[in-house]
Write a protein that binds this ligand. Structure first.
Ligand code: AMP
Length: 480
């Protein structure tokens, strides 16, 4: 745990909290908070540390947010205390100094035009720079969250209308932001000009739904209308919808390909393609690029299931349930101090001996980040009797940190940044190792590109202002 900085300057230099998040907003329905609650269930994979809902009833906003899973934070009584026809919600994952209640969202304030609440997915790359200026001008911040600067920028805008103020605020922001903002009973849904994070529009009865992923629409029986375009601002009020101006349409779009690799749920459509279909295509391409003779294909469940099925389809090697995932391992389970470094993986994954004994297996994972999961799994699979282990990764080597909203470690902690591919093979003690190529991955989903592939290529599409200005140190910056 980092020591809390004492001064404002030190505070500015502290690493950003990492925000992997899911957002949802609903208008024009009697049980808006209940809808949002269900939708947050479907978005739980995008953040497990805190959950919150703000509901607006006749102009008055009420907020409930806590640390914990959606099921822990809300119950019938809480939902009853959140009446109204407009609501927005948020789930958040954060570490690095950000895991306090103060940083949970939505963030709600009272400002000149009424109650305002905001839910943000993504990470601003100039939040420290904006914040520094605002603090020098006398602004007082209540959270560490980069999202709070958006509220200050809206509140301080000299424009008269709410739309003008929001528009004005957005022109200062750099980086990744899919935002839902409520002012009174009106929702504004915003996607940054590069469209790093997803945001979709749905229709439910007379009203509208906006959400990070289509799986949130499915759970409440809302009909998918379309993706909100990069740079687009939508205004939703009851059953009315208005497309406000697009932000900087000349900027090249850069949706995050890691959403398709790992982050999004396979039953969602993200940036157009079905996530399951995209991952299967990655798996098929991986089998073409790195063929191998083996008896069984295994997935590292659950995130690599689709890619492993694709590998099996293309190679003709049967897909087997060689590893089971324990779904009851709590987020906060405390690792007992003990010598077995594979303990965490053993709690999470169980080998199926009958499948593995004496078999040559292909193990497919969606990504290799620090290399800890794969390292432990190789030991577990070998102990269960596999005769050969061929590791296949459904994405290229992750060599660079993400600054736009995916939680990844510092560059130094990334295994593919420290070691070459032959060295990784030796280190993990596998019989062979193959990564999907960048061209192969992007080619498999080219209709949705061009993408942000910074974690693989080091080419960052949005300026890293805070980093370049020295407001955060390179090693400190976490993707959010
Ligand atoms: P590692 O053990 O650090 O190599 O992480 C790779 C494993 O974690 C893979 O099985 C992925 O499914 C999963 N993973 C990849 N990216 C992330 C992320 N940003 N947060 C949590 N898990 C991840």
């Amino acid at each position: 745990m980092k020591k809390k900085p004492a001064s404002i300057r030190a505070h500015l230099l502290e690493e950003s909290p990492r925000d992997e998040c899911g957002v949802v907003g609903v208008t024009g329905t009697d049980q808006a908070a209940e809808m949002v609650f269900l939708a947050l269930y479907a978005l739980q994979h995008r953040g497990q540390e805190s959950a919150g809902i703000c509901a607006v009833d006749q102009g008055e906003a009420r907020l409930h947010k806590r640390l914990g899973l959606v099921a822990e934070v809300f119950n019938a009584n809480v939902l009853d205390s959140l009446p109204g026809t407009t609501a927005l919600g948020h789930v958040r994952y954060s570490t690095a100094g950000g895991g306090q209640l103060a940083n949970a969202q939505p963030i709600m304030v009272q400002y000149a035009q009424g109650d305002l609440a905001i839910a943000h997915n993504g990470n601003l790359t100039n939040a420290h720079d904006i914040r520094k200026r605002l603090v020098q001008e006398g602004a007082i911040f209540q959270t560490d969250s980069d999202s709070e600067v958006v509220i200050h920028l809206i509140a301080r805008s000299r424009h008269e209308t709410i739309e003008g103020q929001i528009d004005d605020a957005l022109t200062y922001l750099e980086g990744a932001f899919s935002l839902i903002i409520s002012v009174g009973e009106t929702l504004y849904a915003v996607r940054d000009p590069r469209g790093f994070r997803p945001l979709v529009l749905g229709r439910k009865g007379e009203g509208f739904v906006v959400a990070s992923e289509t799986c949130a629409l499915d759970i409440i029986g809302a009909e998918f209308v379309r993706d909100i375009d990069p740079g687009e601002v939508l205004k939703l009020h009851g059953s009315e919808i208005e497309a406000l101006r697009k932000l900087a349409p000349a900027i090249r779009q850069a949706p995050c390909i890691f959403e398709l690799v790992y982050f999004a749920r396979p039953d969602s459509n993200v940036f157009g393609p079905s996530v399951d279909r995209a991952r299967r295509a990655f798996g098929r391409q991986l089998a073409r690029e790195h063929p191998v003779e083996a008896d069984a294909v295994l997935a590292v469940p659950d995130s690599a299931n689709s890619a492993a099925l694709g590998f099996s389809e293309e190679s003709g090697i049967p897909f087997e349930l060689g590893l089971l995932r324990n779904h009851y391992v709590g987020r906060t389970f405390i690792r007992p101090s003990q010598a077995d470094r594979d303990f965490s993986a053993r709690v999470k994954y169980a080998p199926v001996r009958g499948v593995l004994e004496g078999k040559r297996v292909v193990v497919v994972d969606d990504s290799l980040v620090r290399g800890t999961t794969s390292g432990s799994l190789v030991n577990i699979i070998r102990e269960a009797g596999a005769s050969e282990i061929h590791l296949r990764i459904g994405s290229p080597p992750v060599r660079f940190p993400c600054f736009y909203g995916i939680d990844m470690p510092t560059k130094e902690e990334l295994m593919a940044n420290r070691l070459s591919i032959p060295e990784i093979k030796e280190h993990l003690r596998v019989d062979s190792l193959g990564y999907l190529s960048l061209e192969g991955m992007e080619g498999a989903v080219k209709e949705a590109g061009p993408f942000c592939n910074a974690c693989f290529s080091g080419e960052y599409p949005a300026p890293l202002v805070d980093l370049d200005k020295g407001l955060i140190k390179p090693g400190d910056v976490k993707c959010c």
